[in-house]
Design a protein. Structure first.
Length: 395
């Protein structure tokens, strides 16, 4: 166990990508921080999460010095396929925006971030339980937690809550000062990971009368697939044979010809929801990433929003220590939320366009959905708007 310091400038709660990247960016600007993580490193590295890195996010990671493996092992995608029944078009990111995305698993990015933290000597205290924060309305908050059977305390200037939607940080903002917005979708994604070559060189998003499907990848020999399921579905209802059969039924026949099936090595059920909690700042407590907002995975924005949040937050904190100015801190919440809501809108649009909703009327809702897809398929401007949002709006 690492020895616990008594004081630091920024105490970061959460050692996932948001907290790790924030600590690294602060270190590069000579701002000291300590990270508290509830789980072990091994547990954090076992989490399977998003793998689409926006163009701007990739630039941030390069500037931070943690993009070596991403650039050598990740997949550069200059477009994405969208299918509707037997029709399929390619959204040409590079041609429409001059940008691309990179497919690189969050687990691998977390491994890179941990390596950078260790090299920089940034302290991460894992297995820190029962975290409590006091004094965030003053200028010297105290963070108390349990570790290795002992009660520890660290005093700091600021607390950065980066511990996700199920963490404790958001709860330290008084409910009377919070406003939350939520949309829970009446379906889920059933995901399957297999040791099989990807069906395509690029992602395929498919809208079908049987429901949504997504074809993705983790490597040249490992594929990740998703199909839409009912909100109350369980993994027991989705044996491999059913999953592969349902996936094939939702894809154009030209794509199915390239589908290689095999035993699953992992299956998951992912509920879909949009959730935003405002503000992202109260006193000396600042929130970033899933701690304050969650989006459905349809638009591949969750990890990327965490990255943009910590870029804005590190800018604000560095300006405070460099110039004594609180302007960046006072504007952090509004600045971050402006980008968050644009990503919420894009994820909502993608989700509504591509999924079959229970009770959807044949005469109106489905016609609107079909018309939206027809417009996308036939309009360069609509495709440019999708490409611009998918590769990532400016930071």
């Amino acid at each position: 166990m690492s020895e616990t310091p008594k004081q630091t400038r920024v105490l970061i709660i959460g050692g996932g990508p948001a907290g790790s990247l924030l600590a690294l960016l602060l270190h590069q600007r000579e701002v000291e921080s300590v990270i508290l993580e509830l789980r072990t490193r091994e547990h954090v590295l076992e989490r399977v999460r998003a793998g689409v890195i926006e163009h701007g996010s990739a630039e941030v990671l390069r500037a931070a010095g943690v993009a070596g493996r991403m650039d050598s092992e990740g997949f550069v995608h200059e477009g994405v396929q969208v299918a509707h029944g037997e029709e399929m078009i390619r959204i040409d990111f590079e041609g429409l925006t001059g940008k691309h995305v990179t497919i690189y698993g969050q687990t691998e990015l977390q491994r890179d971030l941990y390596g950078a933290l260790d090299s920089a000597g940034i302290q991460l205290l894992d297995e820190a339980e029962g975290v409590r924060v006091e004094g965030i309305e003053g200028d010297s908050p105290m963070v108390t937690f349990e570790r290795d059977g002992a009660t520890e305390q660290i005093r700091c200037d600021f607390v950065a809550g980066c511990d996700g939607a199920h963490g404790v940080s958001n709860g330290f903002i008084p409910p009377s000062l919070q406003r939350t917005f939520e949309r829970t979708y009446p379906f889920c994604w059933v995901g399957l990971l297999s040791e099989t070559p990807p069906i395509s060189d690029e992602l395929i998003y498919a809208r079908h009368e049987r429901g949504f499907a997504l074809c993705s990848m983790r490597s040249e020999s490992r594929s990740r697939y998703y199909v839409q399921g009912s909100a109350d579905t369980t993994l027991a209802e989705w044996p491999d044979d059913r999953f592969w059969s349902e996936l094939a039924a939702r894809l154009p026949k030209t794509s199915v010809a390239s589908l290689v099936t095999g035993p699953s090595i992992e299956k998951i059920v992912t509920p879909l929801r949009s959730w935003v909690s405002e503000p992202l700042r109260h006193g000396r407590l600042l929130l970033a990433g899933d701690t304050a907002h969650v989006v459905p995975p349809t638009g591949a924005k969750g990890l990327n929003l965490a990255i943009s949040d910590v870029v804005y937050l590190s800018d604000a904190l560095a300006w405070f220590y460099r110039a004594g100015s609180t302007t960046g801190l006072e504007g952090y919440s509004d600045r971050a939320l402006a980008r968050v809501w644009k990503a919420v809108r894009f994820s909502w649009w993608m989700t509504n366009m591509l999924h079959l909703f229970p009770g959807m009327s044949d005469d109106f809702e489905r016609r609107l959905q079909t018309t939206e897809l027809d417009y996308l398929f036939g309009s360069d401007n609509a495709q440019r708007a999708m490409a611009e949002n998918y590769v990532g709006l400016p930071l």
